[in-house]
Design a protein around this ligand. Structure first.
Ligand code: B1M
Length: 215
């Protein structure tokens, strides 16, 4: 459908106004909300993720595309709820306690939304108790945790220990990332998933939803 092809391209191009307009037009033309989401927005963000991983675009372009996706999604959300379209999973995201860096975390959140997840953003400087409270309240599939400082990375381990103590780690998977974080650090502290960037965070989180839990 040409309107969805144009919508997909407007998100890839990061044209927020056009993306907003085309979502509005597609709704008025009675294109099903799920089709707008999948063929217009999710498909665009999958392409944006591929382009980022291939080195064809960089963080600024990915941020601009994610904003365009978000403007369309805001308009579409009530229609998705009305038509009972289910998210592929629920993620709680935050930057760890003591760390105010939130640009990368926001981008990861937007890419996760672009991949079809419902994302609950706790912001930055989030203590373990706040994660735990939000997990109890929202029952997410994944807790996503970002850290940008070598001094705040240990807070990720603290979070995992708190989840273990609260008996919640059996119910939720922990994904971590951020500039100083590595795959081996993630393994050492018992995180379930590591992603080096926002595009792979979205694709790996999606894969994780189809993997059985390791006991
Ligand atoms: Co600060 N800062 N900063 N800073 N800052 C860094 C991180 C630093 C590397 C700069 C430097 O010295 N070269 C350094 C850390 C050194 C270290 O610990 N190794 C540093 C420092 C030291 C500090 C302060 C301590 C400075 C001071 O006050 N003396 C202070 C700390 C404040 C605090 O947190 N308590 C501080 C403050 C700030 C500002 C407030 C001024 C500002 C943050 C504004 C904001 O975020 N709202 C800031 C900024 C902007 C930076 C730099 C310049 C840029 C960070 C950024 O947004 N990058 C940064 C230097 C740098 O990275 N070049 C620096 C762009 C963003 C898209 O990338 O966040 O890496 P990034 O996210 C990537 C991946 O890491 C990954 O995906 C993202 C996109 O692909 N990713 C995940 C991130 N989270 C993920 C989660 C996942 C998966 C992937 O799963 C859950």
């Amino acid at each position: 459908m040409s309107i969805l092809v144009d919508l997909r391209q407007s998100v890839i191009d990061g044209d927020m106004n056009q993306a907003h307009e085309l979502v509005s037009k597609a709704i008025k033309e009675n294109v099903p909300a799920e089709q707008i989401l999948k063929e217009g927005l999710i498909s665009a963000m999958a392409e944006v993720g591929r382009m980022f991983e291939a080195g064809e675009i960089f963080v600024p372009e990915m941020l601009i595309a994610a904003r365009a996706m978000k403007s369309g999604l805001t308009l579409l959300r009530p229609h998705l709820i009305a038509s009972n379209v289910k998210a592929i999973g629920k993620v709680i995201i935050g930057t760890v306690e003591g760390d105010v860096h939130d640009i990368g975390k926001n981008l990861v959140g937007m890419m996760l939304e672009g991949a079809g997840f419902e994302v609950i953003d706790l912001g930055a400087d989030v203590p373990p108790e706040k994660y735990i409270e939000a997990i109890r309240e929202n029952k997410p599939d994944i807790v996503a945790c970002s850290a940008l400082l070598t001094t705040t990375m240990p807070r990720m381990k603290d979070l995992i220990l708190s989840l273990d103590e609260a008996g919640l780690h059996n119910h939720v998977r922990v994904m971590i990332g951020g500039a100083p974080v590595t795959e081996s650090y993630a393994k050492d502290i018992g995180a379930d998933l590591y992603a080096p960037d926002a595009a792979s965070a979205a694709s790996r989180a999606k894969e994780l939803m189809f993997e059985p839990r390791k006991s």
